[in-house]
Design a protein around this ligand. Structure first.
Ligand code: LMR
Length: 328
């Protein structure tokens, strides 16, 4: 173990999140960047670990490393290709180096809610996207939901003009950069683990994220308030390396795949509840939430939607039409 990995292991062991693996068991490392409670990904990853460790005892053992303790999202896919980690669930905005198909999920106001996202992902087009990186060595095993994104800054954001001139942290996505440029704001790609500090010190003025991330990272503490825009979606791809996956014994692969699918279905069905609880937790902790009336919301739609045109070729008009058909 490297010093960093050993430190991470110790840190995670203190929270009880890492299971002790027995001699002879295949170790499956799952690395992610969020907190573990009141968080869709944190809860799903821990449930996956519990089930693998109970049902595949003696064969396989999963260790979950949350909170960027092992890798950031910009490192984890390389680490996976090197065989240093076997599973992760980065947001769909984090695959730019590998594929452009997921850009559809970043386009603002493309999906009206998480049910629409779910239906699109379940369609043939959505299922095929999970294979889109196979020749680059990465395979999607399922989509995990988080929720719709909200917008916050160190000043009130009521209309699109309020964002002009501000710096916003973005995930490393060309679509998200273009979205903030459309607001005459300045996008700053940054790792998730660095956002709180950057907001606190004024390196950036604002950010966009879901309620569970805003709550989990306490962004509301260092922002003026959060505007409930629901302007985009943040969802995850459970991803593994094709080499590792193809190298598993067939029975092991099938059992693991079944567990992943069952955990995916169970936790995705519960995501609205986790999202609502995180939103309420922000309120309870004193975070200010600004709701938009219809006219205000339409102004954000009008300001952001022109971004679609820039990415139609990447995502395919037929996929945009399919997504819009689901919204209707
Ligand atoms: C972000 O970087 O804001 C998110 O992708 C973090 C996460 O995993 O939810």
């Amino acid at each position: 173990l490297s010093t960093a990995a050993a430190a991470a292991l110790l840190a995670v062991s203190a929270t009880g999140a890492v299971a002790a693996c027995d001699e002879g068991e295949m170790v499956i490392k799952f690395s992610h960047v969020t907190n573990t409670d009141r968080h869709p990904k944190g809860i799903a990853a821990n449930l996956l670990m519990e089930r693998v460790n109970a049902e595949m005892d003696g064969t396989a053992c999963m260790e979950v490393y949350p909170n960027s303790t092992l890798y950031n999202d910009d490192q984890v896919l390389e680490a996976m290709l090197n065989g240093d980690v076997q599973m992760a669930a980065p947001s769909l905005s984090k695959f730019e180096q590998f594929t452009k198909v997921f850009r559809i999920f970043d386009l603002p106001f493309m999906f009206k809610n998480i049910e629409a996202v779910d239906a699109f992902q379940a369609s043939d087009a959505g299922q095929e996207m999970m294979q889109s990186m196979a020749r680059r060595g990465l395979l999607g095993l399922g989509y995990w939901h988080n929720g719709m994104k909200q917008l916050s800054a160190n000043k009130p954001l009521n209309e699109p003009g309020d964002a002009a001139g501000l710096k916003f942290r973005v995930q490393p996505s060309e679509v998200l950069k273009a979205q903030f440029e459309a607001l005459d704001a300045s996008p700053q790609p940054m790792a998730f683990s660095e956002v709180y500090g950057a907001l606190q010190t004024g390196v950036v003025d604002g950010q966009e994220n879901t309620w569970s991330n805003i709550y989990g990272q306490k962004f509301f503490e260092v922002q003026d308030g959060t505007t409930e825009t629901n302007h985009g979606v943040l969802d995850y791809l459970v991803v593994t390396s094709t080499d590792w996956w193809d190298g598993l014994d067939e029975g092991v692969r099938e059992q693991l795949n079944t567990i992943v699918t069952e955990v995916t279905n169970e936790r995705n069905a519960a995501v609205a509840e986790v999202d609502a609880e995180a939103r309420q937790a922000v309120v309870d902790a004193g975070g200010e939430i600004r709701e938009l009336d219809d006219a205000q919301r339409q102004a954000w739609v009008d300001a952001m939607m022109p971004v679609w045109e820039q990415f139609t070729d990447d995502v395919g008009q037929e996929n945009i039409d399919a997504a819009q058909g689901i919204n209707a």
